[in-house]
Design a protein around this ligand. Structure first.
Ligand code: FMN
Length: 448
């Protein structure tokens, strides 16, 4: 069974469980949302299905606003970065403090807010979002949105955004049935706005009929559905990249020509595919890819420490860094003077980071790189076996260091193939496909 199918199955089971819980908690009253039991099915797969996604949750002034608190919690749990914008009416129904506590972010309230404009202004907020969800969406908000009004922060952001937008209407059944509301909704749907719900049932005002906001779990599920799920979505990937610098004295070091470009390309592509990426980088001159968490180090020992600090819970470790094999035994504290005709620099072996990860008791899937100057295949095979790796990408060091292009041989115990030549970004995508395949083979038992 594919990883994606497995994710979907778990998500379906969890949804059912949550819905059962929600019914019980509904009976207890809305304040109980904070105590909703985290089901055992709240696995890593579900929890991270919105990894790297930026969701702007708009809350408007309806009775169902209390449910937006639970929705926030669910989106955050699914890995999304959530920011909340509330209309002035919404804050009569639920406090910004609650939304701030659950989203972990300052809540956006005012269009004319000098502070906000300096930092995250309405245009910036509109550009920031990968998805805007307005839940609940009142009849009034729907009317203002239909006519392109921009008289508060939320309507302005919605008008200024090119991101997908979804609204979850919530109102009295007669307001819902009114021709004006229905015409507004038709106009919005014609503009590709997603209208999620409403559900039918007993309403807060005592009426029965359509107009209830759909449940937070269903909205969260639909948010996940908006984004393309890849085989890497939600996986935790740790990558090392660049060279290391091994100090000789305060002004000199031993290093190599690695530019870090391959590791940064892999990190960028993995993050784009929805993985939660941590990149431990030696000294390079590259910009951190969007949504990648970067840790800068200099020496091999620092790189090992950073890797060991972050490896817990990692699904896939990719050791791209060109770690110096040796370091000076004892770096001089002062600059070495040019007094002798010759000098000897005693070196000691550096730790083997990739082997250390591969031999951990709960080791992730481990991918290595081999930059060779000769016998690429034989050396790569040896590395695969001796270090207990799942997959090795091998190439010629002189061709790959500092180049924007790459061509590699991918070697596993079962197969061998050539990837490229092509740009490092395109090769990174092919590599990640292979890596995902290996991850699935290793971690998901095949059906009998
Ligand atoms: C107690 C109370 C409950 C309300 N519930 C709703 C509702 O569920 N849906 C709705 O469309 N309007 C509801 N309203 C009316 C809205 O609050 C009103 O139309 C307001 O202007 C909406 O502003 P907003 O869309 O900017 O948030 C309610 C009003 C009150 C006083």
């Amino acid at each position: 069974m594919g990883l994606f199918n497995k994710h979907s199955e778990i998500i379906r089971e969890a949804s059912l469980f949550r819905r059962n819980c929600a019914q019980v908690f509904d009976l207890l009253g809305y304040r109980s949302f904070a105590f909703i039991y985290d089901s055992p099915q709240d696995s890593a797969a579900i929890m991270r299905s919105l990894t790297n996604k930026r969701i702007l949750l708009g809350v408007t002034g309806g009775i169902a606003a209390y449910k937006s608190a639970e929705l926030t919690r669910m989106l955050v749990k699914a890995g999304a970065e959530v920011r909340v914008a509330m209309t002035p009416s919404a804050i009569e129904f639920i406090t910004p403090l609650t939304m701030q506590a659950l989203s972990g972010q300052r809540v956006h309230l005012d269009l004319l807010d000098a502070d906000a404009e300096a930092g995250m202004g309405h245009i910036e907020l509109a550009r920031w979002a990968d998805l805007i969800v307005v839940a609940p969406a009142t009849a009034d908000f729907i009317a203002r949105m239909t006519h392109g009004q921009a008289d508060d922060l939320l309507t302005t952001v919605v008008l200024a955004s090119t991101a997908p937008i979804a609204i979850a209407p919530a109102m009295n059944q007669a307001m819902w049935a009114d021709d004006i509301t229905q015409n507004n909704l038709e106009a919005l749907q014609n503009r590709s706005i997603n209208v999620w719900g409403p559900a039918s049932g007993k309403q807060a005002c005592g009426d029965v009929g359509p107009g209830r906001m759909i449940e937070p779990q269903e909205i969260a599920d639909r948010c996940i559905g908006v984004f393309n799920t890849t085989r890497l979505t939600g996986l935790k990937i740790l990558i090392t990249g660049g060279p290391t610098q091994e100090a000789i004295d305060p002004v000199r070091f031993i290093s190599n020509y690695s530019s870090g470009k391959m590791a940064f390309a892999l990190a960028a592509e993995a993050a784009e595919a929805g993985a939660q990426v941590t990149l431990v980088s030696g000294p390079v001159h590259l910009t951190t890819p969007d949504r990648v968490s970067r840790i800068d180090v200099k020496s091999a020992e620092q790189m090992l420490d950073a890797v060991m600090d972050h490896v817990a819970g990692t699904d896939i470790f990719i050791g791209v860094a060109a770690v110096a094999d040796y370091r000076p035994v004892a770096p001089e504290e002062q600059k070495i003077k040019k007094t002798k005709n010759t000098m000897t620099l005693p070196l000691v072996k550096n730790p083997d980071i990739i082997s250390r990860v591969a031999t951990l008791s709960s080791a992730p899937v481990v991918i290595g790189f081999a930059a060779e100057t000769e016998n690429i295949e034989a050396n790569a095979k040896e590395k695969l076996q001796s270090k207990g790796l799942d997959l090795v990408f091998a190439n010629l060091a002189a061709e790959t260091f500092n180049s924007n292009d790459a061509s590699v041989i991918a070697l596993s115990r079962q197969s061998q193939q050539t990837l490229g030549p092509g740009s490092k970004r395109s090769i990174a995508r092919l590599m990640l496909d292979l890596i995902a395949e290996h991850f699935e083979k290793k971690t998901i038992p095949t059906e009998a």
